[in-house]
Design a protein around this ligand. Sequence first.
Ligand code: NAP
Length: 434
Amino acid sequence: MGLSVAIVGSGPGGFYSAAALIKEMPDCKVDVIDRLPTPFGLIRAGVAPDHQSSKKIAKIFERTALSPQVRFLGNVEVPRDVSIAELRGLYDAVVLATGAPRDRRMGIPGEDLGGVYGSSEFVGWYNAHPDFRELSPDLHTGTAVVIGAGNVALDVARLLAKTGEEVRATDMAHYAADAIDVSPLNDIYVYARRGPLQAAFTHKEVKEFGELDNAVTLVDPAVLPGEDVELHDKGRGSQEKNIGYLREYAKNKGDEKPVRIHLEFYAMPIELIGEDGRVKAIRMERTRLDDSGRVTPTGETFEVPCNIVVACIGTQSTPLDNVAYDEKNQRFLNSDGEIEHGLYVAGWAKRGPSGTIATNFPDGERVAQYCKELTPDAFKQGPAGLDQLLADRDVRVVTYEDWKRIEAAEEAGATHGAPRRKFTTIPEMIGSLG
Ligand code: NAP
């Protein structure tokens, strides 16, 4: 008899774990559970819609999903439909791969004003995540402010700067593409609290700011390091390449294209100023770095009038049932992926929100190593027990086969050369199954 494992979450952390488990244990049974009817987590709902090549990894995950050892159970929400304690009673091991879906807060006055969004909700909105269908940000404004200098901040700024034609060719939610198409946005400010050398974004993403149909990217040459400063050229985080692109943008003129993206450094948000419940400006404070590289406010402040602010300052995991949670690091309390005997964690729920998709791969291998040391318990009912429990609770489980039919319907609905027209609500997805 093989081991039975339930994985909660079908994003990269979940699917890399499933792949490692079936590779290491050819007789184990793995159920991958997701609260959405659609698999692959951030591959579908996080990766930018104009970065289709990054989504190709879903084809690799599909090989795992189609293994006779693996099942996908979509539209099953933990703990609404089944609790962690129940899963632990049914399976030999439970793996949490629930990511880091909650936005971190800036912690400044005015954060709850209308027009102020966190990156998870804003990215979820344009990526057709059913939770954010109703966000409806008002893009009828001239100026947007994006806070943060990570790749998510660049995704948001780039997509806001694109033309209707550019975004319609992607799998962006149709309502978001419509909103961007008619938006009069012509100034998008991206604020980093540290300097260009400390930026978290990577060079491939900065490069795209020189390739936009309608937008020109501007950088103040005064913030760039001199030619005498030694720059490292390490992989994705290459300072040399980042600074090379920023130096090019510093030569641009603001009147070259209708939309301007201002990549600004050494400024942090201190207050959002509102009128009638909506943001009308953001107050920023100039910063400098102290001798140990820490952000230090200078006391010099300025205001940027704007009607939309997207804080792309990172995300955190959501606590689940009574699982031990590390409040300081905003993820599940774990020792190299082990929460306790039989309960493991992988991906951003383990490490926090960092790295590329492939960074989650070793987490899956670690989960498999832990599970290899477990002995199957003859009294655990495994997949059959979960099926019974979900049937008793009238849960409409979406299988991988069902997902393939949802996917086919989305692909059939595509227009403008887009790869798919995404359904944007769960009833629409389930409804497409007839
Ligand atoms: P991130 O890379 O950690 O960047 C967060 C940014 O927010 C940093 O610039 C950080 O500044 C800033 N920040 C944090 N707290 C702040 C505050 N209170 N006020 C002002 N600024 C603040 O996070 P992310 O952009 O959400 O990305 C998450 C992960 O996904 C990253 O590993 C990223 O590379 C990856 N990702 C990759 C791609 C891609 O490969 N194309 C696309 C999207 C995301 P400090 O550095 O000063 O702390």
